[in-house]
Design a binder for this molecule. Structure first.
Ligand code: HSE
Length: 311
């Protein structure tokens, strides 16, 4: 089988709405091979669509069609570690897995940059899909079906605290809450901070992050859709995190913490027990490599595909 591993991603990072994102060391894994018909199963207890509405399947089929190759179906096994509809790039991860898997099965007709372009077009914006493929911190612009991007590594002194609530927030809903127009002043407020954020994360000028993370384009509207978000922002301030922002379209909240602050998790978890809204905390490092594809013949043998409980 082909094995694809795709990292979680956090888009926007405060001011960089639809343009900046970073990859995190939390991975979805997908195994795929050609098959007559659809066979889809989750290796964990996540419920995934087991028909042609499955996003990995749909995206892989799309690539076969784009390349003019006959598509008779796939066997897909999914290990889902990225929480769904939480602002951590789970749908980007499916799109990237579908494209990379199908590309490998077709003997790689597409280059990596073709995949970056196609993933952004399918996703609609490039700030999750680009770091999911390239890893690290990326700035990306999608223009006329092409992504113009730069990937840079992030300061090794940073760790990311992800406060993941037990409810979902659909990206469409979080986007519908945004105003159609913003003032020139707010646009300048954000673009100056986006530039500062990118340069500061890259160079390690961590003292800039508290100002660089501020945003006036999306968070003020979205926070109202995330019960408990303000408590998390206040907590991160009290615990001296460098910065705190809504991850992607939410509802997860992400804080940036110094790697030497080893008690952050314990102190934050103690406070979380007193909050009315439940948040699960994950401490993650940045992933610098992005998605990977490999052959994994052992998987089919170890699982015995004929006996697998397909969805
Ligand atoms: N930039 C996007 C948004 C990320 O904030 O809506 C969600 O996929």
């Amino acid at each position: 089988m082909i094995k694809i591993q795709v990292p979680a991603t956090s888009a926007n990072i405060g001011p960089g709405f639809d343009s900046m994102g970073l990859a995190l060391r939390l991975y979805n894994r997908v195994w795929m091979e050609e098959h007559d018909g659809i066979r889809i199963a989750a290796l964990d207890d996540t419920e995934v669509p087991a028909d042609e509405n499955n996003l990995i399947y749909k995206t892989a089929g799309f690539l076969y069609e784009l390349c003019g190759k006959p598509f008779s179906g796939l066997s897909i096994l999914q290990e889902n570690n990225i929480p769904m509809t939480r602002g951590l790039g789970s749908s980007s991860a499916c799109i990237v897995a579908g494209l990379l898997g199908a590309n490998e099965l077709l003997d790689r007709p597409l280059s990596k940059s073709d995949i970056v372009n196609l993933a952004a077009v399918l996703e609609g914006h490039p700030d999750n899909s680009t770091p999911a493929i390239l890893g690290g911190l990326t700035a990306a612009v999608l223009q006329e079906s092409r992504v113009y991007s730069v990937k840079v590594p992030i300061s090794e002194r940073l760790k990311f605290a992800l406060f993941i609530p037990d409810f979902e927030l659909k990206t469409e809903v979080a986007r519908a809450a945004l105003p159609e127009q913003v003032s020139h002043k707010d646009a300048v407020f954000n673009l100056s901070r986006t530039a500062l954020m990118m340069a500061s994360l890259f160079s390690g000028r961590l003292e800039n992050l508290r100002v660089a993370v501020e945003d006036r384009l999306h968070q003020p509207y979205r926070i109202k859709l995330i019960p408990g978000a303000e408590d998390i922002f206040n907590l991160c301030n009290q615990l001296n995190a460098y910065a705190c922002c809504v991850s992607g379209a939410g509802p997860t909240i992400m804080a940036m913490v110094n790697v030497t602050d080893v008690s952050f998790k314990e102190r934050a978890e103690a406070a979380l027990t007193t909050f009315p809204q439940k948040f699960h905390l994950k401490m993650l490092d940045c992933d610098e490599n992005g998605a990977t594809v490999s052959r994994d013949e052992g998987m089919a043998e170890s699982l015995n595909l004929e006996e697998t409980k397909w969805g």
